[in-house]
Design a protein around this ligand. Sequence first.
Ligand SMILES: N[C@@H](CCC(=O)N[C@@H](CSC=O)C(=O)NCC(=O)O)C(=O)O
Length: 281
Amino acid sequence: MTIQTVSTNKSYGGVQGVYRHVSQATGTDMVFSVYVPPHADGARLPVVWYLSGLTCTHANVTEKGEFRKACAELGLIFVAPDTSPRGPDVPGDANNAYDFGLGAGFYVDATEAPFARNYRMWSYVTDELPKLVAGNFPVDAKRQSVMGHSMGGHGALTVALRNPHRYRAASAFAPIVAPSQVPWGIKALTGYLGPNKDAWRSHDTVALIEDGAKFSGFLVDVGEADNFLKEQLKPELLEAACSKANIPLTLRRQPGYDHSYYFISTFIGDHLHWHAEKLKG
Ligand SMILES: N[C@@H](CCC(=O)N[C@@H](CSC=O)C(=O)NCC(=O)O)C(=O)O
């Protein structure tokens, strides 16, 4: 598994890199970014996975997330994958909408034509990319955690609930917590997985919790001025599900904050400190 270096820049004593590789999972080239903090020769470091939202590539959080200072101080590797396969042969939304297809893989392995061939973002972020990163960066694979934003918050919570022994922490900014119940999610899960809603449950945080999935606890921030809060995000459904299942949830409703990277960059330091505590030792 070889990777090609697109760019590297020194930052906070570490290296911010962007890399490209040929993905077996998606059948396309994929680009991702990795920040490696300053570290002693031979050291193996904990890794935080960041899953991005609709319309994003690796670049949104890499350029606007303001995570590097905290990662450098805390000794965390930070990995940001793309949100979908891309390329001239990759099908997208029939109407070029922003919420399906390119930039909107929803972290599932599609079963429906014509998406099943390339849209395999679940396998990509939980299997192929972790192996690639472990083989090319100084990662301690026993110390991994995951966070994400919006569609990527959905991705982070679902990969954690389905792999509770792999990820020591999971947090989210403005996550879609019940995609089976909201317009963004219904469109995506129908398109990628088909109309049978039973197949959606393993990609729906609230449904996974209702069906018995467990995790040690979540940290979730939402902005009270987020235009998507009431129709698409519905954090109250996560609150109810976690409460019923006795899963610890710290849900912070941040007054005045919207859905943007101004919101994420304000609180990402808190999240990284929370992750670092759980990734110690
Ligand atoms: N119409 C808007 C909506 C897209 C948007 O807000 N995307 C968010 C993620 S939404 C949920 O997954 C985002 O992170 N955008 C990128 C950014 O850098 O802010 C639009 O097309 O922008």
